[in-house]
Write a protein that binds this ligand. Structure first.
Ligand code: TYD
Length: 209
């Protein structure tokens, strides 16, 4: 969908995407550290990033909660609407770099593709929820399913879905990257942490490095 930003937005909006356990969190923290030498950096996440969105997150990820797929998609979009209006846009307007752990493309891949709701419908509700905000750069950390690093601890409701579901998510993200190549960097997440961090850095637009 075409980008229709209203008013001057001075900052840089970077989103990270990837299947569960792709090493996203480590990489976005390293990028934030590097960019913060020159810029104000706001590190945030989805679902989350405001008190209301964090409360919705608890509901969305609890492994003992059951909900319909449409309810799930609307709750992700509702959390995102608050996140955009109250956290992301104000930071961009004051010229900050905003780095978000996931954004709309997660909904398109998880709810639109993997849950089968359809990318077009999920895109429509998110276009409204975000008032058409799109990242300037989306970094997808890509790993074949089954090779992603094992993380200790609890498995949330989405991670419980299994490998077939994760494979659909990955395919969905790769398709989106192909359709929005102007703002996507797909990065192989299998080399060492430092090598991946350098590839991520190289994807940042020149004036911001
Ligand atoms: P999180 O613990 O943040 O996982 P990760 O470290 O993999 O990002 O949990 C977020 C989960 O919610 C993750 O499985 C992806 C899923 N998700 C959606 O299904 N739709 C969305 O719109 C978003 C933002 C996340």
């Amino acid at each position: 969908m075409a980008r229709e930003r209203v008013g001057a937005v001075k900052g840089l909006f970077v989103a990270f995407e990837g299947v569960d356990r792709s090493g996203k969190t480590t990489q976005l923290q390293l990028l934030a550290q590097r960019l913060s030498e020159k810029h104000e950096v706001l590190l945030t996440r989805e679902p989350g990033g405001t008190p209301v969105a964090e409360a919705i997150r608890v509901l969305l990820l609890a492994d003992d909660v059951q909900m319909s797929a449409r309810c799930e998609a609307l709750l992700f979009a509702a959390a995102r609407a608050d996140h955009v209006e109250r956290t992301i846009r104000p930071a961009l307007e004051r010229g900050a770099v905003v780095i978000s752990d996931r954004f709309v493309d997660s909904s398109l891949a998880y709810q639109g593709v993997a849950r089968g709701l359809g990318v077009d419908d999920v895109e429509r509700i998110n276009h409204w929820a975000t008032d058409a905000l799109e990242p300037d750069l989306t970094i997808m950390l890509d790993l074949p399913i089954g090779t992603s690093s094992q993380r200790d601890g609890e498995v949330d409701r989405m991670e419980n879905e299994g490998e077939l579901f994760q494979a659909r998510v990955r395919r969905g993200l790769l398709d989106l990257a192909g359709r929005a190549a102007h703002r996507y960097a797909v990065i192989d997440a299998s080399p060492s942490v430092d090598e991946v961090a350098d590839l991520v850095w190289a994807a940042v637009p020149e004036p911001w490095r």
